[in-house]
Design a binder for this molecule. Structure first.
Ligand code: HEM
Length: 542
């Protein structure tokens, strides 16, 4: 190449003005000219060269490799809705060297979330992010069939009996947190301003460890475990998703924390086996003794890594959801009072106290349930779900743009992306899609009810972790759909309903920012900016 360049240089006369330039100016010239040339060629290729009609249209971008990263990263929904306007429900965008084909709407969700195992792979899309955090041998570091069995093991630990035992434990943690950590009590009933996201993150880990994770984890939360969790969590960022291994301190801390946390769980298991520790039935308990179909039991290391995966899977999703729900309640005092009245009607005792909410009660709290559903509709914690395309996917004609003559094929090597939040906020499906209106879920004849009806009645499939409704074409999928559907939904509902009930019963809330918080999309999970509220202890007036 160097030889050819040298030949070229000899053939192309160098202009006199260039040779007259001092060296620093020549360097500056190339610093400006080279990127301009690259961008120019990239634009030329997109607008002037004929494109392969069997491939989905590519979102226009100036910088090759970097592509639409800035726009998508800053506000994915704005980006996706605008692209849908221009290109239809199927298009490809460039994200730091990756080709991401987005398939939108119920049909698009079905294409990726309902894709055949030979065509789409979650393991190949996520393992570089999750394996350094969860550890080896589980979730996306094993064949899909093993993950399906691990999900079955997790489900056996989330029996109705287990879920029934959780609300009193969660309530006790809430009581402790509000009185001791936040310092709001009858002797100090004045308004207390808090960073709600921070408070909810603490409450979610406290309640998850008290229930699912077990006493040993709960007892260690005030000490070493909290630090390990923080370091491990620092490895679960968009930067880690884009660049699995960088020589940065956060990557080093992630790796050290993973090993230490894995060893911590193994110690718990060994101590329990020696009979050293009395414990309530919990997930570790339930995973011990689980065997794969081929008779191979889960090792202690596998159990440790599944426990870490569960901790991470539930932490940000549930803390973000509870934060958004409470922000909406603080923003709408009328709605907040409706929930309070519901609590009084269903659980109020004549002496002004409340009885504990139970697992069975949760669905009967219609207003509370509708607030959680509506929160998940508008603030689905996971905005993009990726799969690696393992063999080419012919796209059904219904997903091709109306103006296109040919149908598309998504090539092997692309990523296919579902964004259920787009269907969840589609004005063609939902009335006043951008308005937070929980009552839409109470209107039996309404579109929301119909959508859920369709969801719950859709075809039942067993992917290996028990029969679930396939739901891949539903316009409401905050918990995903298909073989990778969430197995923590019931647990999340118990946790969220108990925490929100506790807060509604005991406090009034005020939004402590001038306008409703905007969304921060720069984290892995959709979170609010500046989520400040104040809590004031209610006078018990039942
Ligand atoms: C999968 C959402 C809470 C455990 C998923 C998926 C979504 C989701 C969208 C599908 C991901 C994909 O298709 O790639 C949520 C939301 C939650 C929540 C919105 C709370 C509001 C939890 C909790 C747990 C959990 C509390 C554990 C106790 C899992 C597991 C998977 C999963 C094990 C399966 C991953 C797979 O098969 O690839 N969740 N989740 N989730 N979730 Fe959740």
């Amino acid at each position: 190449i160097l030889f050819q360049l040298d030949q070229l240089r000899k053939q192309v006369p160098i202009p006199v003005w260039y040779t007259a330039l001092p060296t620093p100016v020549r360097v500056l010239f190339w610093v400006i000219a080279l990127p301009a040339l690259i961008i120019g060629l990239n634009v030329f290729q997109q607008v002037a060269l004929p494109r392969n009609k069997s491939l989905p249209p590519i979102v226009f971008h100036y910088i090759p490799w970097f592509g639409s990263a800035a726009y998508y990263g800053e506000d994915p929904y704005k980006f996706l809705f605008e692209c849908r306007e221009k290109y239809g429900d199927l298009f490809t965008f460039i994200l730091m060297g990756r080709r991401i084909t987005v398939a939108l709407g119920p049909k698009g969700n079905n294409l990726s979330l309902g894709g055949k195992i030979s065509q789409v792979s979650a393991e190949d899309a996520y393992t570089h992010l999750t394996t350094p955090v969860f550890g080896k041998g589980v979730v996306y570091d094993c064949p899909n069939d093993m993950l399906m069995q691990q999900k079955k093991f997790i489900k056996t630990g989330l029996t109705t009996e287990a879920l029934q035992s959780y609300p009193p434990m969660i309530r006790a943690e809430c009581e402790d947190y509000f009185t001791k950590t936040l310092g709001i009590s009858a002797s100090k009933p004045t308004a207390k301003k808090v960073d709600l996201l921070h408070a909810m993150a603490e409450l979610i880990i406290l309640t998850a460890s008290r229930t699912l994770q077990g006493n040993e984890v709960r007892e260690s939360l005030n000490g070493s475990f909290a630090k390990l969790f923080e370091d491990l969590d620092g490895g679960f960022t968009p930067l880690n998703f884009m660049f699995p291994n960088l020589p940065l301190p956060s990557y080093k801390r992630r790796d050290v924390a993973q090993k230490a946390m894995s060893d911590f769980y193994i110690k718990i298991i060994e101590n329990r086996r020696k009979g050293e520790k009395d414990h309530e039935p919990d997930m570790i308990d339930s995973l011990q003794g689980c065997k794969y179909k081929n008779g191979v039991p889960l090792t202690d290391r596998d159990i440790a890594h599944i426990m870490i995966a569960l901790l991470m899977a539930g932490q940000h999703t549930s803390s973000a959801t509870s934060t958004w729900a409470l922000l909406h309640l603080a923003h709408s005092p009328e709605l907040y009072e409706t929930l309070y009245e519901e609590q009084k009607t269903l659980f109020g005792n004549p002496d002004g106290t409340f009885r504990d909410i139970t697992y069975q009660d949760i669905k009967s709290c219609k207003h509370l349930d509708s607030v959680i559903r509506e929160t998940l509709r508008m603030h689905a914690p996971i905005h993009s779900i990726y799969r690696k395309v393992m063999s080419e996917i012919p796209v059904p004609p219904s997903l091709s743009a109306p103006s296109e003559q040919s149908t598309y094929v998504i090539p092997k090597g692309h990523f296919i992306m579902a964004a259920p939040g787009v269907a969840q906020m589609d004005p063609l499906i939902w009335q006043d899609a951008k308005v937070f209106n929980p009552t839409r879920w109470l209107d039996e004849a309404g579109v929301a009810a119909a959508a859920v009806e369709q969801y719950s009645k859709s075809e039942q499939v067993d992917y290996g972790f028990g029969a679930v409704s396939k739901g891949t074409e539903s316009p409401y999928q905050p918990f995903g759909a298909g073989r990778h559907r969430c197995v923590g939904e019931q647990f999340a509902y118990v946790q969220l309903s108990t925490i929100i009930s506790y807060i509604v019963r005991n406090f009034t809330m005020n939004l402590e920012v001038p306008e409703f918080p905007k969304t921060n999309y720069r984290t892995m999970i959709v979170q609010p900016f500046d989520p400040y509220v104040s809590f004031t202890l209610r006078k018990q007036d039942v």
